[in-house]
Write a protein that binds this ligand. Structure first.
Ligand code: ADP
Ligand code: MG
Length: 724
């Protein structure tokens, strides 16, 4: 019974075990898993569909506006990622379906196992029933046997026998149980494997889900970004549109205004255009007629111009004729004027008192002037006042320029072809050289005359061509020498021109052409050097010789071809001081005689000229002979009588002034002929003989009635009134 009891317990536990296994194996868990997976799968599928739909939507929406921008690149990347994800999802789907298939197979196998288990259980139940029946039978037998105690042993024996049989059945059922257990274990193993597979599939699903979540978040981010960008783009676009709109509005406004202005302009221009068109048409008509008009006008203008030119030409001819006539007239008038004024004029110049004059009563001033009459000079000689009248008297205050002013007209007449002589006369030291040459700082007549000639010639340069030449000569002891020549010692001769013109010339006399003040200075310098080297005591020598500067002005009138030649002779005479026959010997006496001779010859010639004598004794001295053609005819002569103002020189001063007055007083009335030459010889102070043989008193017979002025030595203040 014990054993039975034990078996029963075992059976019950086995049944329990079986029921547990069934509940375990009942497939409910697996089925649940499968269902869960199915549900999960379904959800994923739905999600995927949603994603796809969204993607589709996104693809459809922003493709156009974002073309080319970086978002499109990003979205392309995202699309790529999405397609990758889709691929992965598809793979996962494949895996899932594989898993599903496996699950299906497993469930099928499970169903099979369950069937087998059911069979086993049914068999087991049958066996159990059979065994329990036998157990009951056995119990009954045991009870009956107990009642029949002797036979118990036997019963036990049978039971034992029968029990072995049961034992066998039990072992058999144990074996079967074993087998079933093995099978269950196997099933468990399978289940475990399946569970593991399920777990891995779960993990995979979780992974996939995480990936999907990630993709989703990425997608969402991209979507957000895209939206943001789209929004900003939209804003930009809107702003740009607004700005453009505002600008367009402003521009439109301006354009409208312009349009309005243009319209009004157009309105005002239309009438103007109309008038312009009219004008244009009128002008066109005029222009058509213009060439004809122009030709006519040109013809008439040409004719007029031709006429005008002819007129001008004839006018010109007329003017030229008149000009020539005027030129002639001017010359005539000039001649007349000079003739009226007297073509021999005498002026006096008193030098200032100098240091050389010394001090004391001898150096006192003996010369005074008339404040109202500049032609009067008073001299106090040995206590007696003596007065002289000359053409002009220059006091010691007179400047070089003042003196030059007086001789200027004379010098310019050279240009017109006149011959001019200017003499400086006076005792040594009276200022002859100062007046003629002057000092370098304050030049005298010589240089000023040449300057004037240059400037005058320059002024006339448009009509005249002039050449100015200069010669310098010296007459000492009646010998003529060239101061500019290479051999100053050579004696020069004065010859008549072989052309029969009666003109004189000096063969071998050097002539320099000068064009500027520099040239003159060079010439003067040269002459001076020549003279200095020639004579040891130049001062003494020059006071005993006549120095001549001969300027020749030759001109050609460009329009008429008229030729003129004028000569200007500037003569610094030898000292006029008289040398007593007793006080001089030898060479000094000879010099004095020569000087006296030449000076008296000059006086004679001038007198003869003034008295219009038929014969003028030019040949009586070298000086007058040389200057013959410059003293005769239309020539003009100016004598500057230099006067020393001091007391000790009064005798010489008186002598010089007398000489001057005598020269001057031979004033001629028109047509009158007078000679005062007789007076020359009657001068008691003159120690030289009158050289002039033509000084005949008979000449007086020609003097005009009424002009009866006479000049006698010592005559004081004779106002000369040439008879009209
Ligand atoms: P001449 O030539 O008659 O012998 P100068 O011309 O040599 O006399 O004159 C003698 C001196 O008197 C010189 O020193 C000169 O400078 C001076 N002299 C002459 N005239 C004037 C004057 N007007 N003003 C100033 N000094 C003069
Ligand atoms: Mg001198």
């Amino acid at each position: 019974t014990h054993e039975v009891e034990h078996l029963k317990e075992k059976l019950i536990s086995q049944a329990q075990e079986v029921s547990r296994l069934r509940s375990e194996l009942g497939g409910t868990d697996l089925e649940k898993h499968r269902d869960l997976l199915m549900v999960e799968n379904e959800r994923l599928r739905q999600e995927m569909r949603r994603c796809e739909a969204e993607l589709q939507e996104l693809r459809a929406k922003p493709a156009a506006p974002c073309a080319g921008c970086e978002h499109s690149q990003e979205s392309a990347q995202l699309r790529d990622r999405l397609s990758q994800l889709q691929l992965e999802v598809a793979e996962n789907k494949g895996l899932l379906s594989e898993l599903n298939l496996e699950v299906q197979q497993k469930t099928d196998r499970l169903a099979e196992v369950e069937l087998r288990l059911k069979d086993c259980l049914a068999e087991k139940a049958q066996e159990e029933e059979r065994l329990s029946r036998r157990l009951r039978d056995s119990h009954e037998t045991i009870a009956s046997l107990r009642a029949q105690s002797p036979p118990i042993k036997y019963v036990i024996k049978t039971v034992e026998v029968e029990s072995s049989k049961t034992k066998q059945a039990l072992s058999e059922s144990q074996a079967r149980n074993q087998h079933l257990q093995e099978q269950v274990a196997m099933q468990r193993q399978v289940l475990k494997e399946m569970e593991q597979q399920l777990q891995s599939s779960h993990q995979l699903t979780a992974q996939l889900r995480a990936q999907i979540a990630m993709y989703e978040s990425e997608l969402e981010r991209a979507h957000g970004q895209m939206l943001e960008e789209m929004q900003s783009l939209e804003e930009d676009k809107n702003r740009a549109i607004e700005e453009a709109f505002a600008r367009a509005q402003v521009e439109m406004k301006a354009v409208h205004e312009n349009l309005a202005g243009v319209r009004t302009n157009l309105l005002t221009l239309q009438p103007a255009l109309r008038t312009l068109t009219n004008d244009y048409n009128g002008l066109k008509r005029q222009v058509r007629g213009f060439p004809l008009l122009l030709q006519e006008a040109l013809k008439s203008v040409k004719a007029e111009i031709g006429q005008a030119i002819e007129e001008v030409n004839s006018n010109n001819q007329e003017l030229l004729r008149k000009y020539r006539r005027e030129l002639q007239l001017r010359k005539k008038c000039h001649n007349e004027l000079v003739r009226l004024k007297g073509n021999i004029r005498v002026i006096a110049r008193v030098r200032p008192v100098t240091k050389e004059d010394g001090e004391g009563p001898e150096a006192t001033n003996a010369v005074t002037f008339d404040p109202d009459d500049d032609s009067i000079i008073h001299l106090l000689h040995k206590g007696k006042p003596v007065s002289f009248e000359l053409d002009k008297v220059f006091s010691s205050q007179a400047s070089q320029q003042d003196v030059f002013q007086e001789v200027q007209a004379l010098i310019t007449s050279c240009i017109d072809g006149f011959n001019v002589c200017i003499f400086a006369y006076g005792q040594t030291g009276a200022g002859k050289t100062y007046t003629m040459e002057g000092t370098p700082e304050n030049p005298g007549i010589n240089q000023r005359a040449l300057r004037l000639l240059f400037s005058e010639v320059q002024e006339k340069a448009s009509d005249w061509e002039y050449t100015i030449t200069v010669s310098a000569a010296e007459i000492y002891n009646e010998v003529l020498r060239d101061l500019l020549g290479q051999e100053p010692q050579e004696k020069l001769e004065i010859r008549l021109c072989p052309d029969g013109s009666g003109q004189l010339y000096v063969p071998g006399l050097t002539e320099f052409q000068v064009q500027s003040v520099e040239d003159i200075n060079k010439v003067f310098e040269f002459g001076h050097t020549n003279r200095t080297t020639e004579f040891t005591n130049l001062n003494e020598h020059s006071s005993r010789s006549h120095a001549l500067l001969i300027v020749t002005v030759r001109g050609v009138d460009c329009s008429t071809g008229l030729r003129t030649t004028g000569k200007l002779n500037l003569v610094d005479l030898a000292g006029s001081e008289r040398v007593g026959k007793s006080g001089a010997e030898g060479s000094r006496l000879r010099e004095a005689q020569h000087i006296n001779k030449s000076l008296s010859a000059l006086g004679d010639v001038i007198a003869a000229l003034r008295s219009r004598q038929g014969h003028v004794p030019f040949r009586n001295s070298k000086l007058t002979y040389l200057l013959q053609d410059s003293l005769s005819g239309d020539s003009k002569t100016l004598m500057v009588v230099q006067v020393s103002p001091v007391e000790k020189n009064t005798s010489e001063t008186l002598y010089s002034l007398k000489f001057a007055e005598r020269v001057r007083s031979v004033e001629l009335g028109p047509g009158s002929r007078r000679t005062e030459l007789g007076s020359w010889s009657s001068q008691e102070h003159l120690e030289w003989e009158p050289a002039c043989q033509t000084s005949q008193p008979s000449a007086r017979a020609h003097s005009a009635p009424g002009s009866g002025t006479t000049s006698r030595p010592g005559s004081i203040r004779r106002k000369l009134q040439p008879s009209a």
